[in-house]
Design a protein around this ligand. Structure first.
Ligand code: F3S
Length: 106
């Protein structure tokens, strides 16, 4: 599967959603996740993310591996999204900020 990691939090650019052929993204208030049971590992979403937040599971950086479990955990909690929308306000300011997990809304 592919995995959405920390830098999506408080950005949520949603460009990733438009290219997904299987609509596997799920949307929370300030973060998206990928449904690991739906993702077909096509990888087209990776270059679409302005925050570089998406990785193949085997490429997730060491300090982000907890996001693999978090994507699976939040998949049934979050709702479907299959079309991009406006990024969150201040998305550009939050792009690249470290330790954003504390701001994750469920
Ligand atoms: Fe998040 Fe990047 Fe998609 S910021 S919503 S993973 S385009």
């Amino acid at each position: 599967t592919h995995v959405v990691t920390e830098n999506c939090i408080k950005c949520k650019f949603t460009d990733c959603v438009d290219v997904c052929p299987v609509d596997c993204f799920r949307e929370g208030p300030n973060f998206l996740v990928i449904d690991p049971d739906e993702c077909i590992d096509c990888a087209v979403c990776i270059p679409e993310c302005p925050a570089n937040a998406i990785f193949a599971e085997e490429d997730v950086p060491q300090d982000q591996v907890h996001f693999i479990e978090l994507n699976a955990e939040l998949t049934p909690v979050f709702g479907s999204i299959n079309r991009s929308k406006k990024p969150l306000e201040d998305a550009d300011d939050w792009n690249g900020v470290e330790n954003k997990l504390q701001y994750l809304e469920r």
